[in-house]
Design a protein around this ligand. Structure first.
Ligand code: NDP
Ligand code: 8X3
Length: 256
């Protein structure tokens, strides 16, 4: 990972799960960090912890709701001088709410998923892409197996991740004559706060998602994010799909 040393990495949704694991892994590799999310107390705690563990790197945090375009534009233009040249953008912020049939899905849940997973990713990308063109940068979009397969009671989340896939592919075409690379990583089951959010805080229901299977850990995905962004300039990893052993599609699992 020596190519990552002194790079500036901007991570959305770094307060938990995959985004948080990416932050620690990039710090370990000697990259500087701009971590973001809505829960500032967590951002503060994580950035203090990273600073104490990795005193040679620079870390700042910025409160960011990816649904809020003007907040994003302000945060990006207010980046301090040392952090202005973002080299790597990890579009990780995302969520699922509920496991409901299409007809029963509440309007506010539809809006939350589409606004966060699709529009938020687009807004952040629009704000940072001009910089990435200057820095010969890299975008990593965290998609999902739900962007490759669709499953019952997941229509809106699946649609949002199919959109991430389409946006990634369109952008790769648009960026072909630039030095910006773009990678999509599509995980299967990863045990994070994802299912707790899906089931509105019901920890037992969330735990049951991973019954009889050893799920992926946030660390497993962070390793792929670092791998994909540390290849030589001529190597562009387009898509990585990754399952825990025992999962073969969004719906096919073998539980022991
Ligand atoms: P977590 O719930 O642990 O983390 C989600 C992160 O997204 C949090 O840091 C949260 O921060 C942030 N987030 C949510 N909404 C917003 C918002 N409006 N603005 C800014 N940040 C937001 O889940 P994961 O780590 O698992 O999820 C990360 C990504 O991985 C998501 O895109 C998810 O769809 C994807 N994924 C997850 C899988 C899994 O099985 N866990 C499988 C496939 C893909 P905060 O609340 O502080 O804003
Ligand atoms: C998370 C994977 O299958 O729970 O993106 O939707 S799934």
């Amino acid at each position: 990972y020596s190519r990552l040393r002194n790079k500036n990495v901007f991570i959305t949704g770094a307060t938990s799960g995959i985004g948080q694991a990416c932050a620690y892994n990039y710090a370990h590799a000697g990259a500087n960090l701009i971590i973001s999310g809505r829960r500032t107390e967590r951002l503060e705690a994580i950035s203090n912890d990273i600073k104490s563990k990795y005193p040679s790197i620079k870390v700042i945090y910025t409160e960011l709701d990816v649904r809020n375009k003007s907040q994003i534009d302000k945060a990006v233009s207010a980046l301090p001088k040392d952090f202005k040249n973002v080299d790597i953008l990890v579009n990780n912020a995302g969520l699922v709410i509920g496991l409901d049939k299409l007809v029963d899905t509440k309007v506010e849940d539809i809006d939350t998923m589409i606004d966060t997973n699709v529009k938020g990713l687009v807004y952040v990308t629009q704000a940072i892409l001009p910089t990435l063109k200057r820095t010969q940068g890299h975008i990593v979009n965290i998609g999902s197996i739900a962007g490759e397969n669709a499953y019952p009671n997941g229509s809106i989340y699946c649609a949002s991740k199919h959109a991430v896939r389409a946006i990634t592919q369109s952008l790769r075409c648009e960026l072909i004559d630039t030095d910006v690379r773009i990678t999509e990583i599509n995980p299967g089951m990863v045990e994070t706060e994802f299912s707790v959010v899906r089931f509105r805080g019901d920890e037992a229901k969330a735990k049951d998602v991973y019954r009889g299977i050893e799920p992926l850990k946030a660390q497993d995905i962070a390793e792929l994010v670092l791998f994909s962004t540390s290849r030589p300039k001529h190597v562009e990893i387009a898509t990585m799909t990754v399952f825990p052993h025992g999962q073969a599609s969004a719906t096919l699992t073998h539980r022991k």
